[in-house]
Write a protein that binds this ligand. Sequence first.
Ligand SMILES: Cc1cc2nc3c(=O)[nH]c(=O)nc-3n(C[C@H](O)[C@H](O)[C@H](O)COP(=O)(O)O)c2cc1C
Length: 176
Amino acid sequence: MCVIKTSLRYNSNSDQLADAFIQGAKESGNSVEEISLKDKNIAFCKGCLACLKSGECVIRDDANSITEQIKQADVIVWATPIYYYEKSGQMKVMIDRANSLYETDYQFRDVYLLSTAAENEDGVDHRAINGLKGWVACYPKSHFVGSVFAGGVDESNTIKDHPALKKAYEIGKAIQ
Ligand SMILES: Cc1cc2nc3c(=O)[nH]c(=O)nc-3n(C[C@H](O)[C@H](O)[C@H](O)COP(=O)(O)O)c2cc1C
């Protein structure tokens, strides 16, 4: 399992939601690789598509090794703050930079989304879910399995005691 935390904020709410998922997954014996995009150097995709011929991105930065970790994991968990009713820009850039995986023998099958936002309304995460489903649709051996949303958390470190933490923990724990 590979968990990718995409918030760049310290004491991030979505990081803590991911930590709850990870705790559950580890308690069930899963091996979990954690990646945080904090302090990573990841350039925008240039759209050259050289990766489809060579199998790797021509840009050399931290995205290359993260792409390899995504390729080898069986389960991918993306954790993101909601920015303008969508996933974070940094999550999107990482997805684009992993384009070399297209039509490769990628191993990931189950994909989850964890997200946090200031608003606590139904549907705040819907565009982020749909966006991630677009990525999954391009990798037909994979499936979007589920999501956990924590609304009503804006300042950092305010997710403590949120019911979504338990939900994330339980979904993580249910993975065998
Ligand atoms: C650029 C930006 C855009 C945001 N857009 C939204 C939004 O559309 N809806 C919302 O409810 N919260 C929005 N927020 C608030 C964050 O989603 C919220 O603070 C979240 O808990 C941050 O998660 P993190 O601590 O993991 O970074 C936005 C925050 C930023 C910085």
